[in-house]
Design a protein around this ligand. Sequence first.
Ligand SMILES: [Zn+2]
Length: 346
Amino acid sequence: MKLHLLAILACPVCQGDLVYESLPEHPHEDDEIGEGMLQCSACKAPYPIMDGVPRLRPEDGNPDARVAKTRESFGFEWHRYPGPRPEDRGLFLEETQLAEDALEGKIVLDAGCGMGRYTHVALSLGGEVVSLDLSESLTRLIPEMIENPKLHVVQGDLLRPPFKPGSFDVIYSQGVIHHTADTRGAFDRIADLVKRDGFLSVWVYGTPGSYASFKTNPLKSTRAWLKAILPLVWLVVWARQIFSDAVRVFTTRLPVRVLYALCYPLTVLGAIPLLKYMTFSVEPEFQVRLIENFDWLAPPFQTKHTKEEVGGWFASAGYEVLSRLAHGVVPKIGALGVRRSKPGEK
Ligand SMILES: [Zn+2]
């Protein structure tokens, strides 16, 4: 951890300033801290710095077993995900809808970084990136953090983000907050971390909603014949969601290793034409498809939202929506917004 990061860190419990205490057995060199302690100047809560990562997850934690399971399942899957891939850059720009130069020289938060797939892209686009995650998967970013002075890795919870309001020029959170215990709460908390006139890009899982809403989706990259049978598509998407919710009642309760093993046959099915649409990933690469099937079936929390809902979140947090991400078939609903209110204001 770089000492200058303290300027934007805050106690996740009370938002007090954090103070660094060096450990006699681990003196730090210049700006870089490998092992040490942070303490809240207000509530005195202690937070360790381990392997250069400030662990800003309160010890008392959340007693909800589903939160522990969420941490475990994402830690498990991101440790098995392949490294960064060339297509990540295009996917990042498409999903966040950020311009290629939007991160240049900016302080950026990767809110829910996983193993850092998009952190690598954000760094390559010139951002100084703070990568936050609850699970241990973020340890995969430690070797790069040691090499790259523009990367900071922080462990923490999106429902209690350990940063001061208005700390970031750009925040993106891609497919993350619907896996927290309170999707809207997580949105509001990260929305307040953006500076005035800064950008926020978020996507969450979509639900088809009413047909009136569904038919106004842009249906980008959807073929003309699909548009011609749109009511049927809407019904199929709904049926698929009901089926998947029913399956998840069981799969979210399985031990992660058992579920991962069960995902193998499903992933083999994913290579077969037509049958692949009965699975939860049609990714060409086997290992990625395996992780995506697991990713769909494992996390205890998985909320789904309409574009009207997500647009409402942006508006009530003081944002103007610049562009929307909405697929009628692929269940991703998101937006890019610019903050018009001051931090602390709505
Ligand atoms: Zn505190």
